[in-house]
Structure formats: C-alpha cells, structure tokens
Design a binder for this molecule. Structure first.
Ligand code: NAD
Length: 433
C-alpha cells in the first residue's frame, strides 16, 4: 500500500523534531502535504504553513496544598493568525509536549478554515496529572498558567477553550484572571464558559449536532434514506452520546454504542435517551439490560450504514480497516483513522466525513460564543442551532464539490478547502518585511 508520507513531494523541514510517523498528528500533516500537492501550492507558502508563528514555554510554579512549591511546564502555540485571532483549546495532561501542542495548533488552523470561521489556530497545554490535584491546586495552576501566557491572549489575538482534562470551571478562572489583569471584564477572551457568564446556549451539544448534520448530508449524497438508517457509535461521552441521540431523533436506528469498558448492541435499535439516563445514574454502559455486549474491536466491524468513532485517535488502522462494514464513517473524534487506513477505506467505497469537518460544530459554536460576548447580545438556542446547521451544510457541500472536482476523498478535499482559504489570505496580505 502506497503510504502518503513516502511520496517525494513532501517538504519536511522539521522531520527530526516533528512527530513520529505513527503519531496521529504526523498522519494529519501527511494529509496536509497531499492536499497542498493537489492545490499546487507554491513552495514558499507551503513552508510558511508548515511553521508555527509563535511558541511560548512558561514555568508554572504553584503552591501545593501541603505547602510545597512545585513547578509545572506550560506551552502555548499560535500556529497561524492570517485569517483572524487564534483559536484553540488548553489541555492538562502528562503526555503534553511542545510538538504535540504545535501539531494540534496546526490542526485547529485547518478546522477553523474548513468551516470558514474568521479564526486562525492555536493550542496550549500544561504537563500535569490533574487527577492527582485538588480543585484549589487546579485553580492556582490555571491562573498562574494564564498569567504566564497573558501577553498572547486576548479576544483579538488568541482565544482558548476547553480540551483534554479542562472544563468550563477552568475557563471561568481564565476569564477572571485575564479580566483582573485588564481591570475590566473581558468575556470574549475564552470560550466554553458557563452560560451564566457569557457561554453560549447549544455549545455542549454542538459537536454531536454537527456530526448528525454532516451524516444527514452524506446520506443525501449517497441517495440513502434517513429513516431506519443503522448507526454504530464508539464512545459515549459528550460527542458520542449527543450524536447518537440526535441521529435517533432524526429517525436513524442506533444499533450499538460503547465506552472505554466495551459496548452494548441491540439489532432492533437502542433507546438512546434511556441509555443516557442509565449512564448518568450508573456511570457505566455495561450494566445496561436491554442489549447484548460487544467489545470495542467488534463494534467497529459491525454491519451498519453509519459508523461514528467518537472516542479516541487511531482506532481505525491498516489492520482493522478491511473488516469495516459501514457505508459512511463520520469522524466525531480527532484523528480516529490512521493515514495508512485511508486508501483501504477509499478502495472499499466508504465515504469518510473527516474529523476537521465532522467535529467542527464545537468550534463553530465557540465562534458564536465569541461573537455574542463581543456584541453583548445573546441568542436563543434555536438561533444558535439554525446558524450552526447553515455552516455545517454549506461546509459539507463545499468539501463534496472540491472532492468531485479533483477526484479526491472528502478528507483531502476538506484539507484542500481549508489550506486554500488560509493560503489565499496570505497572498492577499502579502509578505510583511
Ligand atoms: P468525553 O471524555 O466526553 O468522552 C469520551 C468517550 O470515549 C467516553 O465515553 C469514554 O468512555 C470513551 N472511551 C475512552 N477510551 C475508550 C476506548 N479505549 N474505547 C472506546 N471508548 C473509549 O470526550 P468527548 O468530548 O466526547 O471527545 C471525544 C473525541 O471527540 C475526542 O477525540 C475529542 O478530541 C473529540 N472532539 C470533541 C469535541 C467536543 O466539543 N467535546 C470537539 C471536537 C472534537
């Protein structure tokens, strides 16, 4: 199988410091290269788009509850701000590295551009194990990290959001810390805030709603009905459970869902709301009665119309891709498909709605939150949902048209749409010297 990353038209100036070939983010840059090749992107612009604009490393000293001082390491990377303020989450995790943050910041750049938001891309992280920290420790860490990167932040320059192990509570501390420094309240400096302090209605459901909308579009494209269409979902967290629920509300039949301990299956279709109630009460899926059990590996190869990987990266690989029996894969998670699985899925005629498009509903409603904060005027939930729908539908159609025109997969088409948009702005702005 010809791997994208072995072709000769790659520009790899940072191969030594960038990520390993099996890394999901290197997979992403392999797709960037392929899209840039199809776009005939000038080598100079390719170089520009392969380099982050700004990278910051900060020491984050905090006092632990036992009185000891500990110093953590924090990063913030602005990958590209040609189209507008940078947008990207902050993660608290032991696995955080500068290279990972850099790659995720690039990813955000393409994701914002594919849905045509006036944002660039960024990402941040602190190397820590939040599970071992108390709430006051996490508050001190969040505030000290925010003050460390405060010169980068701002509604016009860089707007963080929650990511792995960060939540709306922490976004509230970021907003407060920034506002105390600025001496006035600045809600638009961060998104994913509680609704009571400038968050947006519909944000929590936005990613799953986006998945449902693009799946509906993909079914239309293939001339398949919505009623009775079979759906299998891996992951039953925010994205997986909301996708499953909204797809079921559209008339689709959710056959199986899973969490990290395994999945449940019912050929007649699961009552998703009842499964959600069960998980809320019991915390786990496996004790749910009205279904059979399947493993996560079995779940991916169930016969279905739609498969929604909404848990982890790299779950669909060269090994299991030949066994996948879906017509459509809607990538709710970031990077669920490794680059070497792409050609296998393409050859099997499976329509893959790629992550940067399929899960862009979240960042789209984050954009709405920023707009509402800046305007000081808040929308009702129907307005949020209908504007989200308009953006997801038109973005899907733009990618589908790009795929048809260039005879490429939806994934490469999505990268082409976004890279083309970022490149166009660079050309129009010219090179400041
Ligand atoms: P979450 O933590 O709410 O849920 C994750 C789910 O995956 C849980 O049900 C968990 O049990 C399950 N899971 C964990 N390990 C698993 C395994 N080995 N096998 C099967 N299931 C497993 O997270 P989320 O917010 O729903 O995010 C899921 C994915 O979607 C991530 O890749 C995330 O980056 C991506 N994403 C999320 C958003 C958002 O708005 N939440 C936006 C864009 C992308």
């Amino acid at each position: 199988m010809a791997h994208a990353h072995t072709r000769s038209w790659k520009i790899r100036p940072e191969k030594d410091t960038f990520l390993g070939a099996e890394n999901p983010f290197e997979s992403m840059m392999a797709r960037f290269d392929e899209a840039a090749h199809h776009l005939n992107l000038e080598p100079g612009l390719r170089r520009v788009l392969r380099h982050p604009e700004k990278q910051l490393i900060v020491a984050v000293p905090i006092q632990r509850d036992n009185g000891e001082i500990e110093v953590f390491t924090g990063y913030r990377v602005l990958y590209n701000t040609a189209r507008g303020p940078a947008k990207g989450g902050i993660r608290f995790d032991m696995q955080v590295t500068l290279d990972e943050v850099k790659a995720l910041a690039a990813w955000m750049t393409w994701k914002c551009a594919v849905v045509n938001l006036p944002f660039g891309g960024s990402k941040g992280g602190v190397v820590c194990d939040p599970a071992t920290m108390s709430t006051p420790e996490l508050e001190r860490l969040t505030r000290r990290y925010t003050s460390g990167i405060i010169d980068m932040l701002g509604p016009d320059s860089d707007v963080p959001a929650p990511d792995v192990n960060t939540n709306e509570r922490m976004m509230a501390w970021i907003m407060d810390t920034y506002s105390m420094h600025k001496r006035h309240t600045v809600t638009a400096v961060v998104t994913g805030k509680p609704v009571a302090m400038g968050g947006s209605l519909g944000r929590r459901e936005a990613t799953g709603r986006g998945c449902m909308i693009v799946t509906r579009e993909a079914l239309k494209q293939l001339g398949m009905p919505i009623q009775g269409t079979r759906v299998v979902v891996q992951g039953f967290g925010n994205v997986g459970s909301i996708s499953a629920l909204l797809m079921a509300e559209q008339g689709m039949k959710v056959l199986a869902v899973s969490d990290k301990d395994g999945g449940i299956y019912n050929a007649k279709g699961l009552d998703v709301r009842d499964v959600m109630r069960h998980v809320k009460e019991q915390k786990v899926l496996r004790t749910y009665q009205e279904a059979d059990h399947v493993s996560n590996a079995e779940l991916l190869t169930l016969e279905t119309d739609v498969l929604v990987p909404a848990a982890l990266e790299n779950v669909i690989t060269e090994e299991n891709a030949p066994g996948i029996r879906a017509r459509i894969i809607c990538e709710g998670a970031n990077g669920p498909t490794s680059a070497d699985a792409d050609p296998i899925l393409n050859d099997a005629g499976i329509l893959v709605v790629p992550d940067i498009l399929a899960n862009a509903g979240g960042v789209t409603v984050s954009y709405f939150e920023w707009v509402q904060d800046r305007g000081g005027y808040f929308w009702d939930e129907e307005t949020v949902n209908s504007r989200l729908e308009k953006i997801m539908v038109s973005s899907y159609q733009e990618c589908a048209a790009m795929a048809a025109r260039n005879k490429v997969s939806m994934r490469i088409a999505a990268y082409m749409v976004s890279i083309d948009r970022v490149a166009e702005v660079h050309r129009l702005r010219g090179m400041y010297a």
